[in-house]
Design a binder for this molecule. Structure first.
Ligand SMILES: [Zn+2]
Ligand SMILES: [Zn+2]
Ligand SMILES: [Zn+2]
Ligand SMILES: [Zn+2]
Ligand SMILES: [Zn+2]
Length: 1302
């Protein structure tokens, strides 16, 4: 980029400008860093003086004194900054420790009741906790403890578990005290799996909150409590940041505290309003520099920017957003789905950087809630040619990886820093002192009499008595020390004494159990331990704390405690002590000496902590030099990083901070990151999509409002903000569904063009559809929700789209529940025609900011028999908005609309609007289901039940009947994919090398059960192994390849589809190759003998298939009948014995082969076991995938056979509901909105539901608020109390378009 150095005066201006900001300029970076690392909030300053980590008194407090918490009003200005910060501090702190406080209280309760506490949804209890070693790392002293998980009653899958995540706080007490008085706080420092959690007992590394709490006695039995609610690390740094923020003023205070609503430029822009806008002129003809000239110094305060419209790809609202970002002190840009908010941010960043190159200035800080979004933003910055620094190490992008602090340090090899060296030496000295101390107790030698004397444990006389030269000493005694002789045979190795607690048989734990009922967070451990320094932690000096020696206990060990004290008091000569008692006397010495030395340990530990802080400050200071050396223009980190690295970032004296995904970021995380030098805060996000998440539910709501982001609060307070208006993602048909939530949203021309957004193939021009069903939901082993039939329906539909040539990578399955996510994924993975593909199956929360061509949304929820209508967090409008706005070309929704409408007023309004978006476009047909239209004949088919997919091959129900290249007639139903991509399922008719006819099928490896064939195959396997290399990248035909490899002619025949080759074939994309494999010629039967052998093989084969099927179909009928659906008849129907016609087999044994072959591929470890009847049934439909003849029963008939008790048969349960016309509903207006009963107020007749079916619903009583559930065959009976019986809008008539009155 061309840098023209004009107006050096302006540079001065900026400098003098910032000079006025007292807190920023003039302070050396090191001072700022030190102020953070050695933060001293001062004494007696209330909340500002609180330590970083919770205090034991907070955890031991029995009552959650909510009344003490200040409120957090989000609809008005604050009276003072102090009040504002204090409220956020206290609420956030409570959130950080409330879970642990609750868990400790529960533990104490069970101790009081004399019960052993077992792990539950809130609490993990670890017993038999012992300290093992200390690890002295650069980051501080880490204690490694062993523990037992017997209270979990399950075996923990640590690699998937969220237990003991680094950064979590734990409370530790002694077994004896059981949180009576002792409550030590520690944080999890790291949890290495290898040589850590994989051990028995497992080990984990902790950091003591206070060095004074450190435990050094390996024999002291501890208890450790962890809360499953809450993760302190995320709050911890923000808390300290708020304390810092209380010490300085900021130009942003007037907005955050004073609710000031005037759009004001930051002071540095006021002083230098001319910015370089050339980077956004995308359409300027090369050489047309004249038009660019005015852009070089464009005054953002006086000149409008809409005149740029013709030069740029930015639309008007994006230009307006860009102007806000570069020119407002507090810039808020709302980007609805697909409106290009990251694009706009990046364009603005380019302008800022170009201007910065001209006039200089500190780097821009950018942050995002997730590592993923941050990396995306930083990648754009890299594309724009910016020098970036990525702070915090958890990046998955190799390009960004090269810009981490660690990598940057490597690039600018600094000269050895003398101060760092001095600190390191001091650190070493302290470690040495600790090691020395430790070895005096835990070393190879026995305790030193001098140490016992020093500690006052033995008297001078007793000490001297050990040094009697008249006694014989052997070499061993000399080495171990004087006490060795005295102990004699009472000396034993310590490990013999410790009776290790045994391991116990356990089942696997349902991990990631979501504690807050519906709160699902996707294993995304973003922001957790995002520290490139984490690697450093593993390295350090290990100091073990285990006694090597101990003394033997006497046989009757009842009352030796008193005996020890007496004998020690009475005897000046230690050799006078009873020989039998000396072992326990020695144990006594050990314990006493450890107690005596503990204060020394503690002191050393505290010194060690201090020196590590020095090292950290020194490192951060050098990193600020690095920013200068590397000419860093953009520094990026997560929003957690903003406060975690506050000292370093503040030392860079940034003046602008840009936050992406700001509507998901907690207010305190942003407020605590307002560094003294900051003059501008840029928030980019969308408060109508996801919001901040709060671990303690009641703190998220009124009046504490942790779920309200700063972004949303500012918008609510009428702060000027720009909303981007043109969406460039969704086909208009899809955008229409989103419109109720963003009425102002417009379509960019790009989505109007058919070329850019072609119709979904195989759907007859219906690019969106709402498939409504009444299939029941279930709870999986992780307490998450799933819906088996819905998952099967989606799996079949996915396969249908793929069969219509939609790449699997272009389809995303979205769901709100992790249970459903796992189920759909495992179904897809084992679906025969989809094997080998990669799938995108995501939860909605993790898919924020993403998009794909096709999105299939699984709503999962249906009434459970005991709970009635319930939608859980599907009621959250922001989540729903994310879910319905991810697709570019095709959007298909699967769910139980009746449940959505009846569950609750909120969900009625929300999903009613979404439903109408489909209905108004004719994209719902409740009775008919989901329409598919084949590409070949344009024939329309309706899919209502899972089994309706039957043997669908990607088209309609007509037969293909075309001749395949193998010589068989195609038996598939209408399909879109060419034959060479579809395996032939008919009997193979090759004559093998053994002279017999093949016993297999066209799509399988050839086989014969005779010994000769086996012999040949062993040879050929070896040959094909040799071949595989030759074939790679080689375009020979197979025959050529075989011949070249020296295989004999007969071998070739045997080999044509033997395992080695056929697998190679499948991996070869060259259709020629595939053709030659398929193209084995129909063989004549050469001899009577061969023929006989062939037929008997076939008969045996048939019989075994039949048996398999019968077994299978009986296992499919599960006892409660809920799973079986109508699959069993399908299986029976399609079975047809093989017959031999003119030397060829016909019949459908192949289908069972299909089933068979798909079974071993079933991943058994995926949590969804193969025995799960539900899963198998889903797949049973696959047996028809490669059919020989059309299934006997048309889909419609089969539906009739559905087990009525299963609740699966959708149609009978859809009772007509009488429209409520009564005006009396108004009287319900005062109903408590939380119960959902208030729903009555808005229940109005549905627009077009004047159906005659009303009669069958005669018992509905509008006044009772409880609908005629009792009269209904609908199994969802117990709605009373929980769900409002919403009399809604479930019309019956297919032909009638119906809408929900909102
Ligand atoms: Zn067709
Ligand atoms: Zn065909
Ligand atoms: Zn064939
Ligand atoms: Zn064969
Ligand atoms: Zn044979």
């Amino acid at each position: 980029m061309l840098i023209i150095c004009i107006r050096t005066a302006a540079t001065n201006l900026v400098d003098t400008g910032t000079m006025r900001d007292s807190s920023a300029v003039g302070v050396k970076p090191l001072e700022i860093v030190k102020k953070h690392v050695f933060f001293d909030p001062g004494k007696n300053k209330g909340w500002q003086s609180r330590p970083e980590l919770p205090e034991s008194s907070e955890i031991l407090a029995a009552q959650a004194a909510t009344e003490e918490l200040p409120e957090n009003p989000v609809d008005k200005a604050w009276e003072s900054k102090a009040a504002y910060l204090e409220a956020h501090y206290k609420i956030l702190r409570r959130e950080g420790y409330e879970g642990l406080r609750y868990s400790v209280t529960e533990y104490k309760k069970s101790v009081k009741q004399g019960k052993e506490m077992i792990d539950d949804d809130h609490t993990c209890v670890y017993t038999h906790v012992h300290v093992k070693t200390y690890l002295f790392t650069q980051l501080g002293p880490i204690v490694r403890v062993e523990f037992s998980t017997r209270q979990s009653r399950y075996q923990i899958k640590w690699q998937q578990s969220k237990r003991l995540t680094p950064g979590t706080i734990v409370a530790i007490t002694t077994k004896a005290d059981n949180f009576g008085k002792i409550c030590k706080i520690a944080t999890v420092a790291q949890r290495p799996y290898r040589d850590g959690l994989d051990q028995d007992p497992p080990l984990v590394d902790l950091m003591w909150a206070n060095p004074e709490d450190a435990v050094f006695d390996p024999d002291l039995e501890l208890v450790m409590i962890e809360s499953r609610n809450g993760y302190f690390e995320s709050a911890r740094h923000a808390l300290v940041g708020l304390q810092h923020a209380a010490q300085t003023e900021s130009p942003l205070d007037k907005y955050l505290i004073g609710a000031y609503t005037r759009d004001t430029p930051p002071s540095f822009v006021l002083e230098q309003p001319e910015m370089d806008f050339r980077s956004i002129a995308h359409h300027v003809v090369e050489g047309d520099l004249d038009s660019l000239r005015p852009l070089r110094s464009h005054n953002v305060l006086t000149e409008g920017i809409t005149y740029l419209k013709d030069m740029t790809t930015l639309d008007e609202s994006q230009l307006e957003g860009l102007r806000q970002i570069v020119a407002s002190e507090l810039a808020i840009v709302q980007g609805p789905p697909g409106t290009g908010k990251t694009f706009t941010s990046v364009q603005a960043i380019k302008v800022i950087l170009a201007t910065r190159q001209k006039f200089g200035g500190p780097p821009l800080i950018v942050a995002a809630q997730t590592n993923h979004a941050l990396d995306q933003l930083l990648t754009h910055c890299l594309d724009a040619g910016a020098n970036i620094l990525r702070v915090g190490g958890r990046t998955e992008s190799p390009r960004v990886e090269a810009c981490t602090v660690y990598e940057t340090r490597q690039r600018y090899k600094e000269t050895a820093d003398p101060q760092h060296k001095a600190f390191s030496n001091t650190r070493r000295t302290i470690i040495n002192a600790i090691q020395e101390l430790v070895s005096s107790i835990f070393g190879d030698r026995l305790l030193s009499p001098a140490a016992l004397l020093d500690a006052g444990i033995v008297s001078q006389a007793q000490h001297d008595s050990l040094f009697d030269d008249t006694m014989d000493t052997n070499q061993e005694d000399l080495e171990r020390g004087p006490l060795s002789l005295w102990l004699g045979n009472n000396l034993i190795e310590a490990h013999l004494l410790r009776n290790k607690h045994k391991s116990w048989p356990q089942r696997e734990e349902a991990e990631a159990k979501m504690v807050l009922g519906e709160f699902e967070f996707d294993g995304d451990l973003d922001n957790i331990a995002d520290d490139e320094e984490d690697q450093d932690r593993i390295y350090g000096t290990l100091v073990g704390l285990a006694h090597k020696w101990s003394g033997k206990e006497p046989a009757d060990s009842s009352s030796w405690g008193r005996a020890v004290a007496r004998q020690l008091a009475e005897n000046d000569d230690l050799f006078e002590i009873d020989h039998d008692l000396r072992g326990v006397v020695y144990q006594y010495f050990q314990a006493e000496l450890l107690a005596a030395l503990t204060p020394k340990f503690t002191t050393l530990l505290a010194r060690y902590v201090e020196i590590c802080k020095q090292i950290k400050a020194n490192k951060w200071d050098r990193d600020t030099q690095l920013v200068k050396m590397g000419r860093i223009e953009v520094v990026g980190c997560t929003t957690t990083g903003l406060t975690k690295y506050r000292g370093f970032l503040a030392a860079l004296k940034p003046r602008s901070l840009l936050i992406e995904e700001a509507a998901e970021t907690r207010e305190a995380n942003i407020t605590s990151a307002i560094y003294p030098s900051l003059q501008q805060l840029i928030l980019v996000g969308d408060h109508q999509q996801l919001a901040p998440q709060c671990d303690i539910r009641w703190l998220g709501d009124e009046p504490f409002n942790l779920n309200i982001s700063l972004f949303q609060r500012m918008v609510n307070l009428k702060m000027p903000f720009v909303m981007l208006k043109q969406q460039r993602r969704m086909k208009p048909e899809l955008r229409y569904i989103l419109s109720p939530f963003y009425p102002e949203l417009e379509d960019h021309p790009v989505v109007l063009s058919y070329e850019n957004r072609p119709d979904v193939p195989g759907m007859g021009g219906r690019n969106c559809f709402f498939f409504d069903h009444a299939w029941p939901e279930k709870i999986d082993s992780d307490q998450s929700k799933k819906n088996e039939q819905e998952a099967q329906m989606i799996t079949h539909f996915f396969a249908y789209l793929v069969a219509n040539d939609v790449p699997a990578s272009k389809i995303t399955v979205l769901t709100f529940y992790n249970g459903q996510r796992k189920l759909v994924l495992s179904n897809l993975k084992r679906y025969p025609t989809l094997i080998g593909y990669q799938f995108k199956v995501c939860t909605v929360d993790s898919y924020q900011g993403e998009e794909n061509d096709m999105v299939l949304l699984s709503l999962v929820r249906s009434p459970q028999p005991e709970r009635g209508f319930d939608v859980g967090f599907l009621e959250d409008q922001r989540r729903a908005v994310v879910a319905i706005s991810r697709a570019r070309r095709g959007f298909y929704m699967f769910g139980n609309v009746e449940n959505m409408l009846r569950a609750h007023m909120g969900s009625y309004k929300l999903w009613g609007r979404i439903w109408n978006g489909f209905a108004e476009q004719g994209r719902v047909q409740r009775k008919k289901g989901l329409p598919i239209v084949c590409q070949k004949h344009q024939k329309e088919l309706w899919i209502r039940e899972v089994d309706d997919w039957g043997d669908n091959a990607g088209g309609c129900d007509m037969l293909c009947k075309e001749m395949r290249s193998c010589g068989h007639l195609c038996t598939l139903k209408c399909h879109h994919l060419p034959h060479d991509q579809l395996l032939c399922s008919q009997a193979c008719h090759k004559i093998l090398g053994c002279g017999h006819g093949c016993e297999g099928f066209c799509n399988q490896q050839c086989s014969c059960s005779c010994p000769e064939f086996r012999r040949i195959r062993i040879q050929s396997d070896a040959a094909s192994a040799r071949l595989s290399e030759a074939i790679a990248g080689n375009k020979m035909t197979f025959e050529e390849k075989l011949l070249k490899s020296g295989a004999s002619k007969s071998l070739i025949q045997a080999n044509m589809s033997s395992r080695g080759l056929s697998s190679i074939m499948r991996n070869t994309s060259d259709p020629q190759d595939r053709g030659s494999q398929m193209g084995g010629k129909p063989l004549d039967v050469q001899s009577f003998e061969a023929w006989q052998h062939f037929t008997s093989n076939v008969q045996a084969h048939d019989e075994s298939l039949r048996q398999q099927r019968l077994t299978l179909s009986s296992t499919l009928t599960s006892p409660d009948g809920t799973n079986s659906g109508s699959s069993t008849p399908v299986i029976k129907d399609i079975y047809q014995p093989t017959t031999l016609v003119q030397g060829r087999r016909t019949g459908n044994g192949a289908k069972s082969m299909q089933l068979q072959s798909s079974r071993p591929q079933t991943p058994n470890k995926s949590g969804q076991s193969a025995q799960d009847p539900g899963t198998n049934i889903g797949m049973s439909a696959l047996t028809t995938l490669l059919p020989i003849r059309p299934a006997a029963n048309p889909a419609g008939e089969r539906r009739g056979t559905t087990n009525p008790s299963s609740g699966v048969s959708a149609l009978p349960t859809m009772l007509p509901i009488r429209p409520v016309v009564s005006p009396t509903v108004k009287s319900h207006g005062t109903t408590n909105p939380n119960t959902g009963l208030s729903a009555m107020t808005t229940l109005r007749p549905i627009r077009l539901a004047a159906t005659p079916a009303v009669e069958s619903y005669g018992t509905y009583n509008p006044n009772s608020g409880v609908s005629a559930q009792t009269q209904s065959p609908n199994p969802h009976k117990s709605v009373q109390g929980r769900s409002p019986a919403k009399p809604p809008t479930i019309p019956q008539d297919d032909d009638e378009e119906w809408l929900i009155e909102l």
